[in-house]
Design a protein around this ligand. Structure first.
Ligand SMILES: [Zn+2]
Length: 172
């Protein structure tokens, strides 16, 4: 690192410590020429996650969209805002690991997978995971399938409901 005082290219690190709650490393350095001290910060380069839509258009990942998609998928289920946020966190984490680009379909499938695990965890029975959700009298009628995606998702929700809502409501 070039010395900010004299421009000399060589220095030695005299102290390294965690900073910004672990998000950065702060290093105290000493110039090998003028012996003056200066500080550098090392941070992880942010990963920009890109979502590729069905039409091939790309857009930056937006957490708010993911949360509203999860909220729609969880409609009529007892779920708190905190659980919604946790679900979105886990989906986002998985997507970032898959990144830097994911398809909107992959986003929908990750949401479904987590919903499935959530309902398995709740019931404690593996059997209930494959059982379609029974509609109660107060539930709205299911949306008619727009295409061939009539297959129920692992959570019992029709696949197009979740994928469609995550995909900014666009369906083909
Ligand atoms: Zn110097």
């Amino acid at each position: 690192m070039r010395c900010p005082w004299c421009g000399h290219p060589n220095d030695k690190v005299i102290d390294s410590r965690s900073a910004e709650g672990g998000a950065a490393i702060r290093r105290r350095r000493q110039c090998l020429k003028c012996s003056k001290r200066f500080t550098t910060f090392e941070r992880v380069e942010p990963i920009g996650l890109i979502v590729v839509k069905r039409e091939g258009a790309k857009e930056p990942f937006e957490r708010a969209k993911l949360i509203s998609g999860v909220r729609k998928a969880m409609k009529n289920r007892p779920v708190t805002e905190e659980q919604l946020t946790q679900l979105a966190d886990r989906v986002e984490e998985k997507l970032r690991r898959k990144g830097p680009a994911v398809t909107s379909q992959e986003v929908g499938l990750e949401v479904l997978e987590l919903l499935r695990r959530l309902s398995c965890f709740r019931s404690g029975k593996r059997r209930s995971c494959s059982r379609a959700r029974r509609r109660g009298p107060g539930d709205p009628a299911p949306r008619p399938p727009a295409d061939g995606a009539t297959r129920g998702g692992p959570s019992g929700l029709p696949l197009h409901v979740v994928v469609g809502s995550v995909d900014a409501g666009r369906r083909h």
